[in-house]
Ligand binder design. Structure first.
Ligand code: AMP
Length: 488
């Protein structure tokens, strides 16, 4: 770095302006003023939300559960781009579906390419399977993903425009055991997160079975045309299976008398479905047959299922999936049957929070380092690095001087122990260990601090460290420098 020459420094007779720089205390803002400021700041888009630090332990817990199950069942992670060519979704999800018709965030970019923010991940994973020649790998290929999806839906409880899905896909096998194992994973994920669920399951058969069924279904709805909603009238020609999905009162009544697809399944479809159910019985996965369940995407065939929470007021599906034997070929690959499911992270977290689900590991630090005076701060800076290397979760507030403020920070973060180093301790070569749960303090040789901490941390953490009221600073500490109140 070039050094400043002596001549560069302007000599001046002006008095230093130290006084003028002294910060004047700003008058306190009224709540009204604060609210106004907040309202004037840019806001998130409708249906999109920030995931704040306080909620991150839920997200981390949910993601880790997905990652662990993926490891246990032999699924490898795949990440595809958030944006894809719009055509990918038109071809796979289907032009006549709600997602494509109403919900996609699509735009034309600077290069005149038609782009869509992905509304779901399966289509892109199949694209990747084809693009990267994954049929050359041992089949089936098992992949899992986690990431944000975008759907321009009407925002409401548990329904967002940016939501997060995780999913499991198996490409390259048409064996019914695959469907059952996918459903088992779906069930396990929620079970391991403390949520009881039941799988609503149906078969929509293969194309041949569906063709005959659709005809009968349309006949039934046509003969009750006066009772069904305008949307369903359009569905009669556009997407008859979706008639079964309608929540309008008249349509629900017509559905109650509608023919059921199970009665139209050909031998292959029936056989496949029966075997899936047998495997589910064997795996003890609870399921409920739902003869009217169809999924909102065109690529499904045979098995379709949704994961519903058990209990009152639990009306939102947590996840859904099924078989998609034709999709790889539809997108230009060698035919490869496949099956998968996806689930919404936002929704499970919503349920967990509503049910006061306690996350055991909230990422709280084991140790908080508190210092009094500059020499102590330097010692603690070095110790922080040592603890970090030892894998001990350590927090600090080195920019603060007042011990009271540091202990408050330690409490807020939920640290298990706080190490306190003052001038006396620096001279003695000791350090204080304060148990934040009991408030008990003891003096320890500074050099022996790491084995001592390891010994203490080997005992289980109390359920939740009880915040200790910090009334005054511990008496035995001598403060070398001005322990002035920290200015925020
Ligand atoms: P789908 O592909 O539509 O069946 O969605 C699978 C799962 O993703 C659902 O069961 C929900 O848990 C979640 N999900 C779908 N759409 C939304 C949304 N708009 N907001 C939040 N979660 C969603």
């Amino acid at each position: 770095m070039p050094r400043a020459k002596k001549t560069d420094v302007k000599k001046t007779n002006e008095k230093p302006k130290a006084k003028a720089l002294k910060l004047e205390k700003a008058p306190k803002k009224t709540e009204e003023e604060i609210a106004k400021r907040r309202a004037n700041a840019p806001q998130t888009l409708r249906g999109m939300k920030d995931v704040l630090p306080a909620d991150q332990p839920y997200w981390e817990y949910v993601r880790e559960t997905a990652r662990r199950l993926a490891r246990e069942f032999g699924y490898q992670r795949i990440d595809t781009p958030i944006m894809e060519e719009t055509g990918l979704f038109l071809r796979s999800v289907g032009k006549q579906t709600d997602i494509v018709e109403k919900e996609m965030y699509s735009f034309v970019d600077q290069g005149e390419d038609k782009i869509t923010l992905r509304p779901e991940a399966t289509a892109a994973i199949v694209r990747a399977y084809i693009n990267h020649g994954m049929w050359n790998q041992p089949q089936p290929v098992k992949m899992f993903y986690i990431g944000p999806m975008f759907r321009h839906e009407k925002p409401q409880r548990g329904r967002y425009r940016q939501m997060h899905q995780a999913g499991f896909e198996v490409i390259g096998s048409d064996h019914p055991v695959v469907d059952a194992q996918i459903a088992q994973i779906a069930h396990l994920i929620f079970k391991e997160m403390g949520l009881e669920t039941v799988i609503h399951i149906n078969s929509i058969g293969d194309e041949e079975s569906r063709a005959q069924y659709k005809e009968e279904l349309v006949n039934h709805y046509r003969s009750n045309r006066s009772q069904i909603c305008e949307n369903c009238k359009k569905r009669l020609t556009k997407n008859p299976l979706r008639l079964l999905d309608c929540k309008e009162e008249g349509c629900v009544a017509v559905r109650a008398e509608a023919p059921q697809i199970v009665d139209y399944l050909n031998e292959i479809s029936k056989n496949h479905f029966v075997r899936v159910l047998e495997y589910l019985d064997e795996l003890e996965v609870p399921y409920q047959l739902n003869p009217y369940l169809v999924r909102g995407l065109d690529y499904y065939d045979h098995t379709v299922f949704e994961i519903m929470p058990v209990g009152e007021g639990n009306d939102l599906a947590l996840g859904g999936g099924g078989r998609y034997n034709g999709l790889v070929e539809l997108l230009g690959g060698e035919p490869a049957p496949a099956c998968g499911f996806s689930w919404g992270l936002d929704r499970i977290i919503l349920y967990m929070k509503e049910k006061d689900f306690e996350i055991e590991d909230r990422g709280e630090p084991d140790i908080f380092l508190a210092q009094l005076g500059e020499p102590a701060r330097r010692h603690m800076l070095a110790l922080f690095n040592e603890l970090r290397k030892e894998g001990i979760r350590t927090a600090e507030s080195f920019a603060k001087d007042a011990l009271k403020h540091q202990l408050e920070a330690a409490n807020k973060l939920g640290a298990r122990f706080t190490l306190i180093l003052g001038q006396k301790e620096v001279l003695d070569g000791t350090v204080l260990i304060r148990d934040m749960h009991s408030g008990i303090q003891e003096v320890v040789d500074f050099k022996k601090i790491i084995p001592e901490l390891k010994r203490k941390l080997a005992t289980p953490r109390p359920i939740r460290p009880k915040p200790v009221e910090v009334e005054s600073e511990p008496e035995e500490l001598e403060v070398e420098e001005d322990d002035e109140e920290d200015k925020e």
